[in-house]
Write a protein that binds this ligand. Sequence first.
Ligand SMILES: Cc1cc2nc3c(=O)[nH]c(=O)nc-3n(C[C@H](O)[C@H](O)[C@H](O)COP(=O)(O)OP(=O)(O)OC[C@H]3O[C@@H](n4cnc5c(N)ncnc54)[C@H](O)[C@@H]3O)c2cc1C
Length: 391
Amino acid sequence: MDFRDSPEDATFRAEVREFLRAELPPDLRAEDDAVLGVGVGENPRDRDWLLTLAKRGWVAPAWPKEYGGAGLSVMQQFVFNEEIARASAPRPNFLAIGLAGPTIIVHGTEEQKREHLAGILSGETFWCQGFSEPGSGSDLASLQTRAVRDGDDFIINGQKIWTSGAHRAQRMMLLARTDTEAPKHKGISYFLLDMKSPGVSVRPLTNMADTPSFNEVFFDNVRVPKKDLLGELNRGWYVATTTLDFERSGIINAVSLQMLVRQIAAYAQAHRRADGAWPSVRYEVVDRAVETEVAIIFSYRVVTMQAKGQIPNQEASITKLFASELAQRIARTGIKVAGLHGQLGAGSPHAPLGGRFEAWYRIAVGATIAGGTSEIQRSVIAQRGLGLPRG
Ligand SMILES: Cc1cc2nc3c(=O)[nH]c(=O)nc-3n(C[C@H](O)[C@H](O)[C@H](O)COP(=O)(O)OP(=O)(O)OC[C@H]3O[C@@H](n4cnc5c(N)ncnc54)[C@H](O)[C@@H]3O)c2cc1C
């Protein structure tokens, strides 16, 4: 691939940079929100940024113009995301804009588009993604939450877990089983659930980072009207894969990680020992820097395929996995560079970088263990009394 921008993309990049330079106030920079995709777009101050983006027509870069999006090409979305990450700009209402909206645009009826898209663009409606269940994570198609037809409604019973943002969402993208006889991918339907429906209860899960960002959600005879079925009955699996068609290079993660390594390197330079000898740390920081370049190149591979009309599959998964594991290595390197003080949190006057080393470690390592759990990890967390559901 050609790593240089085409003349049109270069012009667009300059336009985005200038916009960010002029419009993004320093106190809106979401350096820590962007760290690892945790809590992204959940900060109340993000709403101001959303209004600024709205004035420029850039709230939903991937959406077609007729639905209020920016209608950017895949490559322009990539450039836009890269610059957003470099500027540490927040990504308000990310789940709604990045997942719910595009899926409704592709599969929704006119009535569903009218009902949902405007609220997403204005930042009034928050969405969560109700896919994972206690027994269905990697093997998502085995999900057991049931939706049974009852006249013009469906009755939902079951449970979801790890549902990010469910505690503040008004709507959920819900996958539920509507046919128990069909092969497992073919008996699932996709619903646009109103979280205020009677019978929905949300229980926060606090992770090891002490962040209440995800939840358990329980459904007890929840009645969902037929109008909230998205796409065809029993075709929910295929509706859910729609978002694969949108830009998913992971460039925001890759660039955000690069920014972290630069901060660690700057800290190491400023605090190096008087004799200048700190070789093991120096090599470790260099390793992390090289690895962030690799993550960025993985992202370029994915977007290049998309720009050629190919659908990245394992390439996108590799990119995501590599970045997630790299985030943990970077957090560990950060703690090593900061030394014992690196373990102090934001409340301590002695915490380096205002406690950010400690926060990155908790988010990268803690949240990942508590969220992407195997049974063994779960039992370790339970034994140590860490990250258990409260209440
Ligand atoms: C921060 C965070 C936010 C999340 N937010 C949401 C959300 O909003 N909505 C939502 O629906 N879900 C969410 N999830 C859940 C996430 O999608 C699941 O964690 C993921 O699908 C993995 O499922 P699991 O945790 O049950 O792990 P498991 O499926 O139990 O996997 C545990 C381990 O076993 C491995 N493994 C599994 N199957 C196999 C196999 N057949 N062969 C070899 N190895 C295997 C996996 O690679 C993994 O290492 C979130 C997770 C995290 C960490």
